[in-house]
Design a protein around this ligand. Sequence first.
Ligand SMILES: NCc1[nH]cc(CCC(=O)O)c1CC(=O)O
Ligand SMILES: [Zn+2]
Ligand SMILES: [Zn+2]
Length: 328
Amino acid sequence: MDISSILQGGYQHPLSRSWQGRRQLTKSMFMYPIFITDDPDASVVISSLPGQRRWGVNQLESFLGPLVKKGLKSVILFGVPLNCEKDGRGTPADDPSGPVIQAIKKIRLLFPSLYIACDVCLCEYTSHGHCGLLHTDGTINTKPSVLRLAEVSVNYAKAGAHCVAPSDMMDGRIKAIKQAFIDADLASKCTLMSYSAKFASALYGPFRDAAGSAPSFGDRKCYQLPPTAKGLARRAIQRDMVEGADIIMVKPALPYLDIISDAAQLAPDHPLACYQVSGEFAMVHAGAAAGVYDLKTMAFETTESMVRAGATLILSYFTPDFLDWLEM
Ligand SMILES: NCc1[nH]cc(CCC(=O)O)c1CC(=O)O
Ligand SMILES: [Zn+2]
Ligand SMILES: [Zn+2]
């Protein structure tokens, strides 16, 4: 055999194998998505998301305490309002007594070191279930939508969120939120993480069950990106950088590794997040339950591929598992 044929000498030992990745998974790379509902004592199993629940604010101490002890560094909150009046502008989104604002305040008090991001969207709070405000003909009304999203973002930041993450995909919302932060003197206090390349995916099903956010008519194809749209995704990433995003996100993650890799090249100086979404998590579990692979091995392989593609931050329902699996 020729000298140039030999590669295996470089990865014979666990340590030398670990050197083969540019970066390794660490606990601080994981951000845990959690569902907060408006019954303060709730602890309700979400059947389509193994191990995940809808939590009431009174449960946060016993739910998050052990995870924080194991090294949980950040969470992203999703509000699930079940006992409120939804309307055309998503009024319950920033209700001071609603689940998200109550949870921000509670977590800040209970776990001062935990980083709190908040998903910002209107679909969980509008009567029609779309992510923005609508014209009377049912199409998106962009201008009032971005103003409303900015208002919600400011109210989350004022309540103590360290980061807001708009997932609505309305044009111009990053600029509108950044400007609203500047006007409210919050721009240097709150991170703006943009779901920049968010695709119209079949993988959001379990989330929409969990959050009660499925649209009451139509779909999200006029604002979320078509799965084939590599060029649009690149343009959306570049636009959001110009509009003031502090972190860029790609979502879903596994079917879009090429987009993560493009984002890493387009935004090399920004942190790059990806969201291993509800359907990806459910798929990994379903395959393991069917005996296709070992759950832990597959959880590592999928998230390591995201890091390899260029992600520096992973939003994942596997976060509690990785706190057990990773040493640091
Ligand atoms: N804008 C709502 C929202 N925010 C995050 C997710 C998906 C998260 C997941 O599937 O885990 C969705 C669903 C959607 O756009 O329909
Ligand atoms: Zn939405
Ligand atoms: Zn959202």
